[in-house]
Write a new protein. Sequence first.
Length: 149
Amino acid sequence: AGNYILILGWICPFMYLGTTMASILNGLGKTVTTFLQNLCGLTIRIVFIWFCIPHLGMTGYLLGLLASQLTVAFLSLFSLSRTVHFAFHIKSALLLPVRFLLIAVLLLQALDRIWNSFTFLPSDFFLLFVRGLIFTGCYGLLTFYFIRE
């Protein structure tokens, strides 16, 4: 189940991005473009179903779904960038959040080492809850502080 959840975790952002971009393109009157992009994505899924499911099973289907969503999302972004000119700042859109994510993970690793030195710890669920709060708080504070500037 862990492998499936990992692949599904990668699918979700591109599914949301593709749906949003397709909606924007439909609103701009580019319905034929959206149709062709979705047709391309469905063709990729069918190819993965035909060739990968017999060898990889459910993992093959999920990889096909991921490839399909990636293709549709990037085709939609490409079509939208040709229709509406917008600026994409890689530093503020990708590099800063990734840096904040890495800082939050490193802080969480350091706190785990401290946390593991205690012997009177409560249940694993409590540990998971505390780690989630620390990670979310650290990432949120870093993002709020630096994006605001």
